[in-house]
Design a protein around this ligand. Structure first.
Ligand SMILES: Cc1cc2nc3c(=O)[nH]c(=O)nc-3n(C[C@H](O)[C@H](O)[C@H](O)COP(=O)(O)O)c2cc1C
Length: 377
């Protein structure tokens, strides 16, 4: 895919965010089923890719259904980024994204991720080096700045564009902010209006009406979803159909079952494969457990507290299965994961999970807290 093709692809696109651990191939495949137009790999360290690290190289695998797939790298030195870019090109990706937003200490301590926001010229050098060395379009994902009192997204965005990047994602929060406070969509809008390259807006989207609002009001080319997709992978379909789909417990279990099948196809259905799946599936179930149906009536455009920071929506008279699916404890997630993996079809999976929900042995878990989106990240 060349630069112009990627830019065309981004017009009005629904983008699945790069998600360490969450953005594994089976999960991306599930999101594509529901309408994700563009997908990203989990963040891969350029240095490890260049050294031939097998685990890192495994992150470059894409599923056939992913029509527009970018590999995100954490890099600091142009030389290592170029080495990694060659490997990414050979792997068949459509574009390369530079991570300038990861807030995790282990990454920033090495001068990678959000730490690059303190050295905008280094970002420009990386983009220039990669655009001249690689045939693939280069994109960049940034936050608004390193600290709340050092917001420099305008400056970084201008340098990114001048250095030849094909597109830019802005996550509307500083590194210091983590997930506190609403993403700054006004700043995202200003950047989108100041730049010629497509700007992908990112932050706090959980519903189709928030998405429409951002497209209408904030001058962006595309939206990127992270926690919205992790809790509700069918959000892409809701956005495309402009309507919420409050799913019953059995419909949700059918989707989780499909995901467990994709995991089996990817990791293997044998003992080894299932033990690898158990590192992912219960974790995903802990995120699915945070799913809640928000009501349009509670949506206040440009509110200081977006829906994601508001009280959970409530299911009227939840069934025992609804309650079980919403619990936050690991034992429950593991039990549901095992039920999904051992059932031959979605109906059997539902029956097995219903049996778990009615089991007196699991009753103490009902005292566990329901999951909350606020705690995420
Ligand atoms: C579990 C998890 C893993 C993430 N991993 C990455 C990553 O590897 N690279 C990246 O640029 N951002 C990563 N992010 C940040 C998201 O891509 C996104 O910018 C952020 O969550 C804001 O979007 P949201 O409000 O839709 O969640 C991660 C977020 C979560 C929740």
């Amino acid at each position: 895919m060349n630069r112009v093709e990627l830019q065309d692809r981004l017009k009005g696109a629904l983008v699945l965010a790069p998600l360490t651990k969450g953005g594994n191939l089976p999960f991306r495949r599930l999101c594509v089923d529901f309408g994700a137009d563009v997908t990203f790999s989990e963040m891969a360290y350029a240095r490890k890719l260049a050294k031939g690290d097998r685990k890192e190289r495994a992150l470059l695998r894409r599923h056939d259904s992913e029509e527009c797939f970018g590999v995100q790298i954490a890099a600091k030195q142009p030389a290592e980024a170029i080495e990694a870019a060659k490997i990414i090109e050979d792997s068949g990706a459509d574009f390369i994204d530079i991570n300038c937003g990861c807030p995790i200490d282990d990454t920033t301590r090495r001068g990678l991720g959000a730490a690059l926001l303190r050295r905008p010229k280094q970002i420009a050098k990386l983009v220039e080096a990669l655009t001249s060395a690689s045939t693939l379009p280069i994109t960049v994902k940034i936050r608004t700045g390193w600290k709340n009192d050092a917001i420099n997204a305008h400056e970084v965005a201008a340098l990114v564009e001048e250095s030849g990047a094909a597109a830019l994602t802005v996550h509307g929060r500083s590194k210091q902010q983590r997930y506190t406070k609403a993403a700054d969509w006004n700043l995202i809008k200003e950047i989108a209006e100041a730049r010629k390259i497509p700007v992908i807006g990112n932050g706090d989207i959980l519903t189709h009406y928030e998405t429409q609002h951002h497209f209408k009001e904030h001058s962006i080319s595309a939206v990127m979803l992270a926690r919205g997709a992790l809790t509700k992978p069918w959000i892409f379909e809701e956005i495309k159909e402009s309507q919420a789909r409050p799913l019953s417990a059995s419909e949700r279990i059918a989707i989780y079952f499909r995901f467990s099948e994709y995991l089996k196809q990817h990791f293997g259905a044998d003992e080894l494969g299932c033990s690898r799946i158990m590192r992912f599936l219960p974790w995903h179930l802990s995120l699915f457990a945070r799913y809640t149906h928000y009501r349009y009536e509670d949506f206040v455009p440009n509110a200081e507290t977006p829906l994601i920071h508001q009280r959970r929506g409530e299911t009227v008279e939840p069934s025992p299965v609804d309650l079980l699916l919403g619990l936050s404890d690991e034992c429950t997630h593991e039990a549901i994961a095992r039920a999904l993996l051992s059932s031959g079809d979605p109906q059997l999976a539902f029956e097995e999970i219903e049996r778990l929900a009615l089991q007196p042995a699991l009753a103490p878990t009902y005292r566990a807290k329901p999951s909350s989106l606020l705690a995420m990240g």
